[in-house]
Design a protein around this ligand. Structure first.
Ligand code: UD1
Length: 361
C-alpha cells in the first residue's frame, strides 16, 4: 500500500503528524505500507510551517511544491499543476488529504482525475455557509473522494444526505486530538508568560484570522476593543496569523491590555490555551482543542462545522457582532460556564484506526 499524504497549511500539520507516526508503526510491525509526504507550500513562513514539523517530529516532506500565496484560484491552480506532475512521476495506491484548506481540495481533484483513490480525513463536517472558502473546499473534496474518515456521526449523516454510501464512511475520531494527547506532557510555557507576567487562569487567549472578522479595519478595531473591554483587568494574549498582523499594524492605537504576538509553535500555543481563563477565536481547530481541554471558548462566527463542540463541549457560538460577547462574559465571570464532555472517539487513537482500516481494504 503506497500512500501519498498531502499537507499544505498550518492546521494540516497537526492532523498529518499522527497519521505518519501510525504508518511508521505499522511498517515496523511488518505491514506492507509506505508513504510519501507532499508539502504544497501553501504556508511557507517558518512560524506557520517548519516549527510544526520540528515540534511534532514530522519527517521532512519528500517534496515541497512551493506554491506560496495568491488568490484562491491562483493558489489552487498552482497546487494542481505541481501536484499532477509529482503524482504522475510517483504513482500511489491512495492519496490521503486532511482538513479543508485549498491544498486539500486541489490535491483531491488531481488524484481523482489520475484515477487514484482518495481518502479524506475530517470528511463530512459542514458549516452550511458557502461564503466560507473552507466550506467550498469541503463540499468539492467530499463530492469526489472514495473513503471518508469522520470526526462525528453527524459528519457521516451529512455525507449520506449528499449521496455517499455508508460503506465508504468510517467514524474514526479526530486526528488533531491524537496530536494533543501525544504532546500534552511536552507543552512549553511561552516566553510571553515571563515577559508579560501572565498568570495561569488569569488571561484571555485570542486568535482571529477569518477575512469576515479581520479584513475590515473598523470591524477589527471594534472586535479587539470589545474583547479587551470584556477582559477587564485581564490581559488578552493574541498570537497573530500574518494576514491578521498586517491588518492590526494598520490600526494605530490599541487597548493597553492587548498583547500582540507572533504566531506560536504548537507546544507553546497549546500551553497558552490550556492555562487560559477563556479563549475567544474564529478558528475551527481551537474549538475542538478547548473542548478536549475543558477551557471556555467563545467562537466569533455565525456558524460552526464542529457543532459537537457546542452541544457537548465547552464552546459557544457568539456570532460576529462583538457586543454579543457581553452575556457570555457575564456567565463566565459569574462561574456559570457549562461543564463540557469529550466527544466520542476523540481519544488519541484515531490515526491507528485509520491505518488499520486502510490496511484492511
Ligand atoms: C488557511 C486556510 C484556513 C486556515 C488557515 C490557518 C484556506 C482556504 N484557508 O488560511 O482554513 O484556518 O490557513 O492558518 O486554505 N501568509 C503568510 N505566510 C504564510 C502563508 C500565508 O504571510 O506562510 C499570508 C499571505 O499574505 C497570504 C495570506 O496569509 O496571502 C493568506 O494565506 P492563505 O494560505 O491563502 O490562507 P490563510 O488565511 O492562511
Amino acid at each position: 500500500m503506497k500512500i501519498v499524504l498531502v499537507a499544505g497549511a498550518r492546521p494540516n500539520f497537526m492532523k498529518i503528524a499522527p497519521i505518519i507516526h501510525a504508518i511508521l508503526k505499522a511498517k515496523e510491525s511488518g505491514k506492507d505500507i509506505s508513504y510519501r509526504l507532499v508539502h504544497t507550500g501553501q504556508h511557507y513562513d517558518e512560524k506557520l510551517s517548519k516549527q510544526f514539523f520540528d515540534q511534532l517530529n514530522i519527517p521532512k516532506p519528500h517534496v515541497n511544491l512551493e506554491v506560496g500565496s495568491g488568490s484562491h484560484a491562483t493558489q489552487t491552480a498552482a497546487i494542481m499543476v505541481a501536484f499532477e506532475q509529482y503524482l504522475v512521476a510517483h504513482p500511489a495506491d491512495l492519496v490521503l488529504v486532511v482538513g479543508d484548506v485549498n491544498s486539500t481540495m486541489a490535491a483531491a481533484i488531481v488524484a481523482k482525475k489520475l484515477m487514484i483513490k482518495v481518502a479524506h480525513v475530517e470528511a463530512g463536517i459542514r458549516s452550511f455557509d458557502r461564503k466560507m472558502p473552507e466550506e467550498i473546499n469541503r463540499l468539492a473534496t467530499d463530492a469526489i473522494c472514495d473513503l471518508f474518515y469522520t470526526t462525528s456521526t453527524w459528519a457521516g449523516e451529512n455525507l449520506i444526505k449528499e449521496g455517499i454510501s455508508p460503506n465508504q464512511i468510517e467514524f474514526v475520531g479526530n486526528t488533531m486530538i491524537d496530536t494533543l494527547r501525544a504532546n500534552e506532557g511536552r507543552f512549553i510555557e511561552p516566553e510571553c508568560f515571563y515577559k508579560e507576567g501572565l498568570v495561569s487562569g488569569q488571561y484571555i487567549a485570542s486568535t482571529l484570522h477569518r477575512p469576515s472578522n479581520v479584513d475590515d479595519p473598523q470591524n477589527l478595531k471594534v472586535l479587539l476593543d470589545t474583547i479587551c473591554k470584556m477582559a477587564g483587568a485581564k490581559k488578552v494574549v493574541f498570537p497573530c496569523h500574518p494576514r491578521t498582523k498586517a491588518k492590526v499594524d494598520a490600526l494605530g492605537a490599541l487597548p493597553s491590555n492587548l498583547v500582540i504576538l507572533e504566531p506560536m509553535g504548537y507546544l507553546q500555543f497549546m500551553y497558552l490555551i490550556k492555562h487560559a481563563y477563556a479563549v475567544v477565536t474564529d478558528s475551527g481547530g481551537i474549538q475542538e482543542e478547548t473542548t478536549v481541554l475543558g477551557i471556555p471558548c467563545m467562537t466569533l462566527r455565525d456558524s460552526t462545522e464542529r457543532p459537537e463542540t457546542v452541544s457537548e463541549g465547552s464552546n459557544v457560538l457568539v456570532g460576529t457582532n462583538p457586543l454579543d460577547l457581553e452575556p457570555y462574559f457575564q456567565t463566565l465571570d459569574g462561574g456559570g460556564w457549562k461543564q463540557g464532555q469529550i466527544p466520542a472517539k476523540w481519544d488519541g487513537k484515531t490515526s491507528d484506526r485509520i491505518i488499520e482500516h486502510i490496511l484492511s481494504l
